[in-house]
Structures are given as C-alpha cells and as structure tokens.
Design a protein around this ligand. Structure first.
Ligand code: GAR
Length: 212
C-alpha cells in the first residue's frame, strides 16, 4: 500500500532538528529555511549535549533550543517521553536527526512513524554506525556518499529517501573525503526536507517514491 506522508501543500510545517555536535547540517537547514527554500519552521533544536556547537548556531539564528542530558534517566523510553512532551507542545510534524549520536527508542519511532529522517555519511546499507566516512575510506572503496532515510527500529536501516555518491580519488585524504561528503550532505538534507514538507514523498514498503 502506498501512503502519502503529507497531504496538504503550502502549509508551513514545524520541524525539530536533533543534534549532538558541530551542527553543520543544522546550519544548512537554517540557511535553506531563511532563503525560503523549504516551507518549514525550525520550531526547536533538540540536543543531548549542552556543549554542542550546534546550539550556538541555533541561538545565532534565534531558534529555540531544548537540551536534555541523558544522565539521570533510567531508560531510553523515559528520556524520549520528555522529548516527546516538548515536540507535542510545539506541534512538530517532522523530526530531522542531524548528527544526533543517540539511538531513539522503539516507542519514539512508532509514535513518529515515517516522520523521522536521518542523514548518514555513506551509501547505506554499507558502512553503518558512527564512523561511516572513515570506515569507507579505510576499506578502500572507489565511491562512497550520503544517504537520507526514514528512521525505523533498526540502526541506519529505514527506507531511503535520497542517496548520492562521490568518488574517492587516488589523492584523497580522509579530510578531503570528509569535505566532499559534508558538502553533499548540506545539499541533500534541505532537499529531502523540502520534498517532505511539500508533500512530494510517498512510501510503499521500503520504497520511497518522489513526485517530481
Ligand atoms: C554528519 O556527517 C552526519 O552524516 C553524521 O554525523 C555528522 C554530523 O555533522 N551522522 C552519522 O554518522 C549518523 N550515523 P554535523 O554535526 O556537522 O551536522
């Protein structure tokens, strides 16, 4: 069965961006929203790390932040329950994981089924996990890339929305490859958000169909 994920056009949707670190993807999303390239309001930036530079970027752009330290929570579910309260309060329709280095609970995934996106710096299903760029580089692949996908209960596994590759050239260092990957990420993530918030994404099992 094919499901349209967002039916209405032209409505500005509230999105939440989840971050743990540098936040260069967050910056790309902030920039796209301010250029009106995406019909979405970044309602809140959520972080599990109060030291994340991403929070500084949010503040500079006058975007609200919600920081919740996982210490002090007995389980992932308990942590996510607090996060959900914040998302409900802000009527969030799409959750964007942008370098959020924490697994979300199964109940969180079920609550926001097909409404959570993640970006991963490899061509999934290759090189899952926290070191996608380095793992691909050390493996010696000739091409690697970026995947934007919906989040399901398994790590780096849900239906793929957008995926593009870059070449790994003879003279590329790990740093050079990281640069290429990040540049591609900053193009693909705002594009995936745009498609979602404009109601151009349908999902059919594992297949994501995009209306052009
Ligand atoms: C990005 O490269 C993203 O793909 C990666 O973390 C980086 C965050 O950078 N995510 C993962 O590896 C998830 N498995 P940023 O904080 O500058 O956006």
């Amino acid at each position: 069965m094919t499901l349209w994920l967002v039916k209405s056009y032209g409505v500005s949707m509230n999105i939440a961006v989840f971050v743990s670190g540098n936040g260069s993807n967050l910056q790309a999303i902030i920039d796209a929203a301010s250029r009106k390239n995406i019909k979405a309001k970044i309602a809140v930036v959520v972080s599990d790390n109060r030291e994340a530079y991403a929070l500084e970027r949010a503040r500079k752009a006058a975007v609200d932040t919600f920081v919740l330290d996982p210490k002090g929570f007995a389980s992932r579910e308990d942590y996510d329950k607090e996060v959900i309260k914040e998302l409900e309060r802000r009527d969030v329709g799409l959750i964007v994981l942008a370098g959020f280095m924490r697994l979300v609970s199964d109940s969180f995934v079920r609550k926001y089924k097909n409404k959570i996106m993640n970006i991963h710096p490899s061509i999934l299903p290759s090189f899952k996990g926290t070191h996608g760029i380095k793992d691909a580089f050390e493996y010696g692949v000739k091409r690697t890339g970026v995947t934007v996908h919906f989040v399901d209960e398994k790590l780096d596994h849900g239906p793929i929305i957008l995926q593009e590759s870059v070449s790994v050239d003879e003279n590329d260092t790990l740093e050079k490859l990281e640069e290429k990957i990040h540049k591609l990420e900053h193009k693909l993530y705002p594009e995936a958000i745009r498609l979602f918030t404009e109601g151009k994404i349908r999902i059919d099992g594992r297949k994501v169909r995009i209306q052009v």
